[in-house]
Ligand binder design. Structure first.
Ligand SMILES: [Zn+2]
Length: 85
């Protein structure tokens, strides 16, 4: 999955003012609320600043997440959902 990134992404400078960090490719979990239902998407590629932890989503990743939000395919797995009580 990391090999879909162009080489220069590894050295992209952090967009937070004053932060000396650079972004590195990571994976995250995205939780969306779609029509009142939670949707959990694992292994989403993101860029994370090694210093401040700022997270960047690439435009194509955002488009892909948007497409998944409207997908009719059944989930790969389901997860236990807990309330904070
Ligand atoms: Zn940073």
């Amino acid at each position: 999955m990391a090999d879909t990134y162009p080489e220069e992404a590894a050295s992209m400078k952090c967009t937070i003012v004053g932060c000396p960090g650079t972004y590195e490719p990571r994976e995250t979990v995205v939780v969306e609320r779609v029509q009142g239902q939670l949707m959990v998407i694992e292994h989403v590629p993101v860029e994370v600043c090694e210093v401040c932890g700022d997270v960047l989503f690439r435009p194509e990743t955002i488009r892909h997440l948007e497409a998944l939000r409207h997908t009719a395919i059944p989930p790969t797995r389901t997860v236990p959902l807990y309330e904070y009580v």
